[in-house]
Design a protein around this ligand. Structure first.
Ligand SMILES: [Zn+2]
Length: 221
């Protein structure tokens, strides 16, 4: 069930009060339109009617897609220590309640970055698994190893048999694109599966750059 709460918030820039509907949970089967709004940046983004200031609301969001067997627990946080604690908390809470048992075959993700949430929706919508995609992103960034720290790489779309990635260089302030043929994705995913990586979850998983680095260093899951 999709759930929202109305908040009256003050603009951090100009002080104007305004109402915003904040979503705590989105169930795609009931509300496909909300998913579209989320992808368009219209969900949980504050927009001041007076001065135009925008910002992400600091609200956790649960994204549930039963058709694709996905549950994303999004918890906005940019402090790595706090994110680690929240990740441990959600794992412990699920262990205690046993509520993950009914999600056999699902992919469960713990996400702290809003763009990563949108990216994961696009990855699974295109029929890919984010575990292989994160490995490919790391491979793309390591092609120019000296600049890898100043760059982020995101999956953009699947088109003409290729996965297209957007590479944002924060120092050069440039966006590059990089295309990877679907055959390369297939080969990487096959090799990860053969090394023991599971295409579904047994617990919450954080599948990000650090996860991909661990995989490339020989750890499974
Ligand atoms: Zn304002």
């Amino acid at each position: 069930m999709s759930i929202n709460v109305k908040h009256n918030v003050q603009c951090p820039k100009c002080g104007q009060m305004s109402d915003i509907t904040v979503w705590n949970s989105i169930t795609v089967r009931d509300s496909a339109d909300l998913k579209e709004d989320l992808l368009r940046g219209r969900i949980n983004i504050f927009r001041c009617p007076s001065c135009g200031q925008t910002g992400l609301m600091p609200t956790p969001l649960l994204y549930l897609d039963d058709d694709k067997k996905l549950i994303f627990s999004f918890s906005p946080c940019d402090d790595p220590a706090e994110a680690k604690k929240q990740y441990a908390d959600i794992k412990n809470a699920s262990k205690e309640t046993g509520d993950l048992k009914k999600y056999d075959g699902y992919n469960l993700r713990f996400i702290t970055d809003f763009n990563a949430l949108l990216e994961k929706i696009l990855i699974f919508d295109a029929g890919f698994n984010d575990k292989a995609v994160e490995v490919i992103k790391l491979m793309i960034l390591s092609q120019d190893i000296e600049k890898s720290d100043q760059r982020t790489c995101r999956f953009g779309k699947y088109e003409n048999g290729s996965l297209e990635f957007m590479i944002h260089d924060m120092i050069e302030n440039q966006i590059y694109t990089s295309s990877v043929p679907a055959e390369s994705y297939d080969a990487i995913w096959k090799s990860l599966r053969e090394s023991g990586v599971k295409p579904y979850s047994f617990d919450w998983e954080a599948v990000d750059e650090a996860y991909a680095a661990r995989l490339l260093n020989g750890f499974n899951n």
